[in-house]
Design a protein around this ligand. Structure first.
Ligand code: CDT
Length: 372
C-alpha cells in the first residue's frame, strides 16, 4: 500500500482528577510538576511528605484506561476520515510523567507496561485496529526485563507485527539540581537505547520511527535514509514539548518560546527534503501535570510542505494523503550508487569517536543479535 491516507492524532493530557492533585499543587510561585519537584528537593519534611503523597496518589491505571478509551474513539474518527494509518503521541498512555521526579522506583514502575500489549489495558486499541484494518503507532513506557525504555510501537493488524523503536536522545536531567527549578527527568527514568534507528517493511513501504527530542538531531534521519536498499519513506514521531523551559538561561525563556514552532517544524521539514521522506509528528497538547505543551502536530511531505498542522492546544485528528513514491526522485538522486558517500562520513565518525572505541563498537555490532 504505497498510497493511502494517514492520520496524526493530537491528544490532550489526562484529566486533573486522575493526576493525584499534582496539577493544583503550589510551592511558592510554582505550580504543578515544577512545584512538586521543588517541594521534594527544597521543602520541609512535611512538604516533602506531601509531594510524595501526591505522586503515589496519581491514578495510573485510571489514566491508562482513560487514554486507551480516548485513543479508540479518535481511531474510529480517523478511519471514518479515510485513514489506514493512525499515529498517536510519545507516552500516549500515561502522558508525560517524566516532568515529575520519582525517588521511589515502585511508584514510578506503575507507569510501565511489559509483555504483549495486545492483552490487558491496551487490548481495546489493538481490537479496534484489527476491526477497522488500520495500522496504529503510539508511544509508551516499556519494561523489558530490568530495562526501562521510552518506546514507540507500530502495530500492523493484518500481520500482527508490533515494530518497536526505543528513544536514543533523552533530554532533561537524572534528578533535581540544587538551586534550580527542576523539570524533565527522562535521564533518570529511562535507559538511553543504543539499538540505533531500524527501518521496517510495512505494507510495501519503508517506515522508521523517532521520539520527540530525536527529531532535533540529523543523525537519526541520516541513518534511516542511508539504510542500504531500504531508504526510509515515512517517519513516525511522537513528542511532548513544553513552553517555558525553566532551566533555559535566565531571560531566554521568552526568546525560546518565540521560536518554539520554528525549532519544531524547520528541522523536520529540512530532513524530510534531505532524505526524501514523509514525516508525521504528533503531540500531546495543552496541560500535562501543570505544564503547557505546544501542540504543533503535523504531516510533512518529502518536498518539505506541511500538508496539515494543528496549533490549537486540544485533541485533533489531522489527515493527509500519502504517496510514498513522491520521495523517490530525491532518494534516487542521493542514493544512486555510492553518491551518498557513506565511507567519507564513516571516516569522520571514526575520527570523532577514536579508532580504539570504533574497533570495540565493530566487535559489538558483529555479536549483537537484531533487536527484540
Ligand atoms: N519529550 C522530549 O523529548 N521533549 C524535549 C524537550 C524537553 S525539555 C528539555 C523536546 O526536544 O521537545
Amino acid at each position: 500500500m504505497r498510497q493511502f491516507i494517514a492520520a496524526a492524532i493530537q491528544m490532550e493530557g489526562p484529566p486533573a482528577r486522575l493526576c493525584g492533585g499534582v496539577n493544583e499543587f503550589a510551592f511558592g510561585e510554582l505550580t504543578g510538576a515544577r512545584a512538586v519537584n521543588a517541594a521534594l528537593s527544597q521543602g520541609t519534611k512535611d512538604q516533602q511528605a506531601q509531594a510524595r503523597g501526591l505522586l503515589a496518589a496519581i491514578d495510573v491505571p485510571g489514566m491508562m484506561r482513560h487514554s486507551v478509551g480516548r485513543m479508540v474513539e479518535l481511531l474510529h474518527e480517523a478511519v471514518d476520515k479515510g485513514a489506514q494509518l493512525a499515529v498517536f503521541p510519545e507516552l500516549a498512555l500515561t502522558s508525560f510523567f517524566p516532568y515529575l521526579y520519582f525517588e521511589d522506583r515502585t511508584v514510578l514502575d506503575r507507569f510501565f507496561l511489559a509483555g504483549d500489549l495486545t492483552q490487558g489495558v491496551t487490548a481495546p486499541l489493538f481490537d479496534a485496529a484489527r476491526q477497522r484494518k488500520v495500522a496504529v503507532s503510539f508511544g509508551y513506557a516499556e519494561a523489558a526485563g530490568p530495562r526501562r525504555l521510552n518506546t514507540f510501537g507500530l502495530y500492523v493488524p493484518e500481520t500482527g507485527e508490533f515494530h518497536k523503536y526505543r528513544k536514543t536522545h533523552l533530554p532533561g536531567f537524572a534528578k533535581p539540581r540544587p538551586g534550580e527549578v527542576s523539570f524533565q527527568f527522562e535521564k533518570g527514568i529511562f535507559e538511553e537505547s543504543n539499538e540505533g534507528y531500524p527501518v521496517f517493511s510495512v505494507r510495501g513501504g519503508t517506515y522508521g520511527m523517532l521520539i520527540c527530542h530525536d527529531r532535533r538531531y540529523s543523525n537519526p534521519y541520516l541513518a534511516m535514509g542511508m539504510a542500504t536498499g531500504k531508504n526510509v519513506e515515512l517517519i513516525l514521531n511522537g513528542y511532548n514539548t513544553p513552553f517555558d523551559l525553566t532551566f533555559a538561561e535566565k531571560g531566554s525563556q521568552a526568546a525560546l518560546d518565540a521560536k518554539v514552532y520554528d525549532f519544531h517544524y524547520l528541522p523536520q521539514q529540512a530532513q524530510a527534503v534531505t532524505e526524501g521522506t514523509y514525516v508525521i509528528s504528533v503531540a500531546i497538547a495543552g496541560d500535562v501535570f501543570g505544564a503547557t505543551q505546544i501542540g504543533g502536530t503535523c504531516i510533512i511531505s518529502p518536498d518539505g510542505t506541511i500538508l496539515a498542522k494543528e496549533e490549537r492546544l486540544s485533541e485533533s485528528v489531522l489527515v493527509a494523503p500519502i504517496d510514498l513514491d513522491l520521495g523517490k526522485s530525491v532518494r534516487q538522486q542521493k542514493y544512486n550508487g555510492d553518491r551518498a558517500r557513506p565511507e567519507v562520513l564513516l571516516k569522520e565518525l571514526i575520527r570523532a569517536v577514536g579508532v580504539e572505541k570504533t574497533q570495540a563498537l565493530v566487535k559489538q555490532v558483529e555479536t549483537e543479535s537484531p533487536q527484540k
